[in-house]
Write a protein that binds this ligand. Sequence first.
Ligand code: IMP
Ligand code: MG
Length: 178
Amino acid sequence: MTQTMLKPLITADEIAERTKEIAVDIRRDFGDEELIVVGVLKGSFLFVADLCRHLGINVKVDFVQTSSYGAEKSSSGIVQIRKDLDVNIEGKNVLIVEDIIDTGLTLTHLMQIWQTRKPKALRVATLLSKPAARTHEMNVDYVGFEIPKKFVVGYGLDHGERYRNLPYIAELIDDASN
Ligand code: IMP
Ligand code: MG
């Protein structure tokens, strides 16, 4: 019988600490200029919520949604935009906020589309990054934690829509030996 186990990887306290540090970096880089924070649903919802609280007042928040992995643990290789931006980003400072960058496919695709809309700046913040999984190389401006090529859940990240509400990050392990 296959049993699923959660192996804690990053604690809620560590996430909170790192989120504050990233916010300091972002504020330093943009100063008092307006910043449009764009969360990529659904995985980034907690990170956006916590990061925003440390970003000061000149911030607008928007969300986009791309196609999801469904209940699979690997990407279908196809990126579809299911919900696009509500705001016009021409001439604006835009910060895309992701839960995790795995292959880099999703973000490479979004960046390509949004660059054509001529933002003043287009930067990327991600809570987690798996550098060893990258097939689409890209520049990531703000990274919370680099992790090994393992499947993780919690703090927004799911497996078949479960575990998003965990306050910490855990590795999801299918233990087939039980
Ligand atoms: P990429 O396009 O391969 O970079 O994948 C990005 C998206 O895949 C993320 O925004 C997540 O929604 C999902 N994803 C990638 N790795 C994981 C993981 O370990 N756990 C949960 N979701 C993941
Ligand atoms: Mg995502």
